[in-house]
Design a protein around this ligand. Structure first.
Ligand code: F6P
Length: 368
């Protein structure tokens, strides 16, 4: 066992929550305190707690009995201290106070030797920037979107797939009873992982992903072909970041403008309207929303979060900073935060699961 290089560290959860955050906190804290004798300081509400000095020492009772608990005992926020850098409320100075400087002051005041930041792309990008400022940071990948560069999987993702697939299963029976088209919109931000996995797991007939722009006419054609073959209902899984071929070809600003003009609340509404208009088939929409982020993690995510957490504790002990814990080829490893920062891991269009889906007759609305 390595003699720990540090004595006291802060731990925070930042960005959108997901199942498994508490399991990860427990993994880090248990290994760090009982195995390496470190002191664990819980930072409240992500980087916001570091800026404003909202923190408390955690004892064994805090991280006991939280393995299966959803959410995060530390709270979370989408605070990006390097993006919205100055807080005018804190000072009379015209520019406002510099948040990264406030973070350094908090770290000094609390006597923290290092920070463990659990989060997604934004969190790990901030972790990298803090690392460049000389702070010892270790990142841990969590997100239902599974879009963090450098790791094959993030915890939280498979729990969300489970929730989404179970929801689609439930749509099947009601779709069947009413001979309807059921559109279900899933989260995933700019990546289609969640829709791809849940769509394949639950037998979605059409899956629309941001990475494979769709043509509404092709979607309509495929649904009509199914109906002609005697399948009187269909399930259409839409990732929140999905876009048409025409949209993919235009600048982001133009796409945003046209969407605002069309004024559908989300992409799912538009897809449902397109289908009803193009096919005349009765269509209903479900936007699954935050249900995908709530509740207890499935056992796979508990195991993954625990393994990532204990690995972070070992890295703290060994003094391996400026890195994010990662899953690489079925092994827990780590990657430099500099490689992770500012990047997004999207679905490669030739991903084996895309091919698998095509082989069982799933349409991606791209005419293939
Ligand atoms: O990153 C997780 C996620 O749930 C995305 O899938 C979604 O786009 C976003 O967060 C929603 O963010 P917010 O919690 O800020 O509404």
């Amino acid at each position: 066992m390595p003699k720990p290089t540090i004595k006291r560290f802060g731990i925070l959860t930042s960005g959108g929550d997901c199942p498994g955050l508490n399991a990860a906190i427990r993994g880090v804290a248990k290994a760090a305190s009982s195995t390496y004798g470190m002191e664990v300081i819980g930072i409240s509400n992500g980087y916001r707690g570091l800026i404003y000095g909202d923190a408390r020492e955690l004892s064994a009772a805090d991280f006991s009995n939280i393995l299966t608990q959803g959410g995060t005992i530390l709270g979370s926020s989408r605070e990006k201290p390097f993006k919205d850098r100055y807080d005018p409320a804190l000072t009379d100075a015209e520019a406002g106070q510099d948040k990264p400087e406030l973070i350094k002051e908090t770290i000094d005041r609390l006597g923290l030797d290092a920070i463990v930041a659990i989060g997604g792309n934004g969190t790990n990008t901030t972790a990298h920037l803090l690392s460049k400022e000389g702070i010892k940071v270790i990142g841990l990948p969590k997100t239902i979107d599974n879009d963090i560069w450098g790791t094959d999987v993030s915890f939280g993702f498979h729990s969300a797939v489970d929730i989404a697939a179970t929801s689609i299963d439930r749509l099947h029976s009601t779709a069947n009873s009413h001979n309807r088209i059921m559109v279900i919109e899933l989260m995933g931000h700019k990546a289609g992982w969640l829709s791809l996995y849940a769509g394949v797991a639950a037998g979605g007939d059409v899956i629309l992903l941001p990475e494979i722009p769709y043509d509404p006419k092709e979607v309509a054609k495929d649904l009509e072909l199914r109906r002609a073959a005697g399948k009187l209902f269909s399930i259409v899984v839409v990732a929140e970041g999905a876009m048409t071929v025409a949209e993919a070809a235009m600048p982001k600003k133009e796409r945003k403008r046209l969407r605002e003009e069309a004024s559908y609340p989300t992409i799912g509404y538009r897809v449902a309207a397109e289908i009803e208009k193009d096919t005349g088939m009765e269509t209903r929409l479900t936007v699954l929303g935050y249900l995908q982020r709530g509740g207890t993690p499935i056992p796979y995510d508990r195991v993954l979060a625990t393994a990532f957490g204990t690995s972070a504790a070992e890295m703290l002990a060994r003094g391996q900073f400026g890195r994010m814990v990662a899953m690489r080829d079925s092994h827990v490893a780590s990657v430099p935060l500099s490689e992770v920062a500012g990047r997004t891991r999207t679905v490669p269009i030739d991903h084996h699961l895309v091919e698998t889906a095509r082989l069982v007759g799933t349409s991606f609305g791209d005419g293939r």
